[in-house]
Ligand binder design. Structure first.
Ligand SMILES: C[C@H](CCC(=O)NCCS(=O)(=O)O)[C@H]1CC[C@H]2[C@@H]3CC[C@@H]4C[C@H](O)CC[C@]4(C)[C@H]3C[C@H](O)[C@]12C
Length: 323
């Protein structure tokens, strides 16, 4: 399971949790503007926007899970197993393999409007990268103006407006949005007692306005929960307050080891949580064992170079001893 969210204060923030039972070996990777991106059906591109994100680097190629570019567009791929059906390579079309979709979009688009135009002519194909089978994913793409969800199913490529600005996994996005109707009455305020005038209700606890918000780890429940938390989120708009609040939003869907068994003795956990300041190109993250926020700033690397800058995540717990 995975969850992604957007958040707007003074700057625009974009991030995700990556939940899985093992790590592919992820690094924070800056792809500078002149890094030769070799698209498998679209040829080489060595002049594009710079981007920063979490990726597995294989054969010198950044296989991004999530990233933002220097123009403030963010994008993340989340599992969409059983529903993702990629298209066939078609002569004369813009054929893009699923593993290169993030650099394809973020390398060329300065805003969501340009993303929509690019997607309208794209053919998303299932060409695998080396020995990796094609990952079955769907994507959230966002900038300060809004968010969209991209799904490629047996019915073709779909682009949906995503007014909630969040994404999890199955079922398809229209069903996720529909199920939010079930929670329309939820509120951060104490409930008004409209059930019956005959019964003397008491609000015996704080927080009762959100009773009914699902607490489990299924992707529908995480969708409703993160949407509720994000939509009601209140924070200061400084960098530290915004980043702190963003980690709290995704903290609402954190997966603790032991609660989601995927095979005998194997558990899915939140391997990392990211929060990009998309406006400034800073990638903040925590990992399962390291609660201290670490950051990589793409503008502190040489964005005009031709080589990737890679940073191994700091995964060991950092405890500040006060005495
Ligand atoms: C496992 C992750 C999704 C986690 C998630 O959503 N867990 C919910 C489980 S559940 O849905 O609840 O059951 C996904 C997200 C992005 C993926 C990489 C994308 C690039 C590349 C594409 C290649 O084709 C294959 C290798 C490759 C490195 C991919 C590996 C893996 O697939 C990654 C990490």
């Amino acid at each position: 399971m995975c969850t992604a969210a957007t958040y707007q204060t003074k700057d625009f923030y974009f991030g995700r949790t990556l939940d899985y039972e093992f790590s592919y070996g992820d690094e924070i990777v800056v792809t500078p503007r002149k890094f030769p991106l070799d698209f498998c059906h679209m040829g080489k591109c060595d002049a594009h926007y710079g981007m920063i994100g979490m990726a597995h680097v294989a054969d010198g190629y950044p296989l991004y899970y999530d990233a933002v570019n220097e123009k403030g567009v963010g994008m993340a791929g989340l599992n969409f197993v059983g529903n993702a059906v990629y298209q066939k390579v078609e002569e004369g079309r813009e054929n893009v393999a699923q593993y290169e979709l993030i650099p394809w979009v973020l390398g060329q688009c300065a805003n969501l409007q340009e993303v929509r135009k690019l997607l309208a002519k794209m053919n998303l194909v299932g060409t695998p990268f080396g020995d990796f089978p094609a990952a079955q994913l769907h994507w959230i793409i966002a900038d300060a103006s809004g968010a969209i969800t991209l799904e490629c199913t047996k019915d073709g490529l779909q682009v949906y407006d995503n007014p909630a600005g969040v994404l999890t996994n199955n079922p398809p996005f229209p069903m996720q949005m529909f199920q939010l109707n079930n929670y329309a009455g939820l509120s951060p305020k104490q409930p008004e007692h409209r059930f019956s005038g005959q019964i003397p209700f008491t609000s015996y606890s704080r927080g009762m306005g959100a009773m009914g918000l699902p607490g489990d780890l299924s992707s529908e429940s995480r969708f409703a929960r993160v949407a509720f938390v994000k939509c009601n989120s209140v924070s200061g708009d400084s960098e530290k307050e915004s980043v702190s609040q963003f980690f709290h939003i995704l903290g609402s869907v954190d997966q603790q080891r032991g609660c989601c068994e995927v095979a005998e003795g194997k558990y899915e956990i939140t391997i990392y949580t990211s929060c990009c300041n998309a406006s400034k190109g800073i990638y903040y993250y925590t990992t399962y064992d390291n609660h201290q926020i670490s950051a990589v700033d793409m503008h502190r690397t040489d964005l005009d170079s031709k080589t990737l800058s890679c940073y191994k995540p700091v995964t060991e717990e950092q405890i500040f001893c006060q005495n």
